[in-house]
Write a protein that binds this ligand. Structure first.
Ligand SMILES: Cc1cc2nc3c(=O)[nH]c(=O)nc-3n(C[C@H](O)[C@H](O)[C@H](O)COP(=O)(O)OP(=O)(O)OC[C@H]3O[C@@H](n4cnc5c(N)ncnc54)[C@H](O)[C@@H]3O)c2cc1C
Length: 340
């Protein structure tokens, strides 16, 4: 079997097939796995309704991923209000790095794939038409993100999420701790079709100047690198077409409201491999596994598109009145879908 793209979905497919004694060759256009990421920090969410711990899910599928950090506190901020979600026991997010570093999700998956005998060809230039599984990531930009990594930042094991439509229309800005002490990444993401990367970057820069919380965290910090990128949540008409399987973002599998796609990528890769191994219809597996989640996220994304700062402030204020400043995961989960 041949796979185009050595990212989260392509490698997950490769591991599952090779573990079942299928010969697999992966073609990656860049010089390393996770080729579109230079060095990036990403979240795996654990607390969404009906969703179980993603690392446990992956483990059950035979895909092992070790995060560099577990997050048990998220601070969410509108312009004038904020509340915290705190989980005493289980993590709210797992953090993983992406790119060519040894500890990244991509490197971890590569090592597993190689153990099972997968052949990975880098710097390749193979045509789509000749390939069995398309795992090339987003074919178009429904969402865009601009981010920077800093060192010597003052950040603890907390993720901050800012909802302010002036800086992040149809999206959000977040800051999360990096892999090494003092490292932090700020990312501004949007699905506003009128914004290009240049404008998003200027909004990001303005947010850094205007936002007191960010200024405090970055006081004395130095910018280390930039990571920008696109995301695609337009679903393909069929994930199996012309005898080719589409996995991950190549199939349009992405959370349209948070722009998350790692879970979709790893699991859809596994499902495509299962379909090949068992003959079960791939499109049906995708709908059964992700249908409800995709619908929920698409509805939530519509809320993001119409919400104003005034409305966000009102929602945040009423949450604080109802629950206080610190919410449990269950309390926060009961509000999901409202746009906060
Ligand atoms: C800046 C940014 C931050 C993000 N943060 C998060 C997050 O916090 N949490 C989360 O869950 N998701 C996040 N995502 C989304 C997540 O990265 C993707 O959804 C996930 O990586 C999709 O997996 P994939 O396998 O479809 O694509 P990728 O992991 O991107 O893999 C695609 C691979 O295919 C290769 N490729 C592309 N074209 C070709 C070709 N023609 N020939 C050969 N190889 C090719 C690429 O180089 C790459 O290695 C983020 C995305 C971006 C851009």
């Amino acid at each position: 079997m041949t796979i185009l793209g050595a990212g989260a979905s392509g490698l997950s497919t490769a591991i599952t097939l090779a573990r079942n004694d299928i010969d697999v060759q992966v073609f990656e256009k860049e010089a390393h796995a996770g080729g579109r990421f230079k060095y990036d920090f990403q979240c795996l969410r654990t607390f969404e309704k009906g969703q179980s711990d993603p690392l446990q899910e992956f483990k059950q599928l035979g895909i092992m991923i070790k995060p560099y950090k577990k997050i048990q506190r998220i601070i969410r901020l509108s312009r004038s209000y904020s509340f915290e979600v705190v989980s005493a026991k289980t993590p709210l997010y797992y953090l993983v790095s992406r790119g060519k570093n040894h500890t990244s999700l991509d490197s971890q998956l590569t090592r597993q794939a190689l153990q099972y005998g997968v052949d990975i060809v880098y710097n390749s230039n193979v045509k789509h038409e000749t390939i069995d599984i398309i795992a090339t990531g987003p074919p178009k930009a429904d969402s865009i993100g601009y981010g920077e990594i800093y060192e010597d930042a003052h950040i603890d094991d907390t993720v901050y999420v800012f909802l302010d439509t002036q800086y992040s229309p149809h999206g959000y800005l977040c800051i999360l701790p990096g892999e090494n002490p003092g490292e932090a990444e700020i990312m501004n993401g949007t699905c506003d079709p009128t914004l290009d990367m240049h404008t998003l970057k200027s909004l990001y820069e303005r947010a850094l100047q205007d936002n007191e919380v960010l200024r405090r965290i970055l006081d004395g910090a130095t910018r280390k690198s930039v990571q920008s990128g696109i995301g695609c949540y337009t679903l393909v008409d069929s994930p199996y077409i012309n005898s080719q399987y589409y996995v991950g973002e190549a199939a349009g599998l992405q959370d349209a409201s948070a722009f998350f796609g790692i879970r979709y990528a790893v699991i859809s890769g596994y499902l495509a491999a299962s379909s090949i191994l068992t003959g079960t219809e791939y499109a049906r597996l995708i709908t059964q596994t992700f249908g409800n989640q995709l619908n929920f996220e698409r509805k939530r994304s519509e809320v993001f598109k119409t919400v104003t700062n005034e409305r966000l402030d009102k929602m945040f204020q009423s949450i604080v009145q109802q629950f206080g400043h610190e919410l449990t995961v269950e309390e926060y989960d009961s509000l999901r879908g409202s746009g906060v």
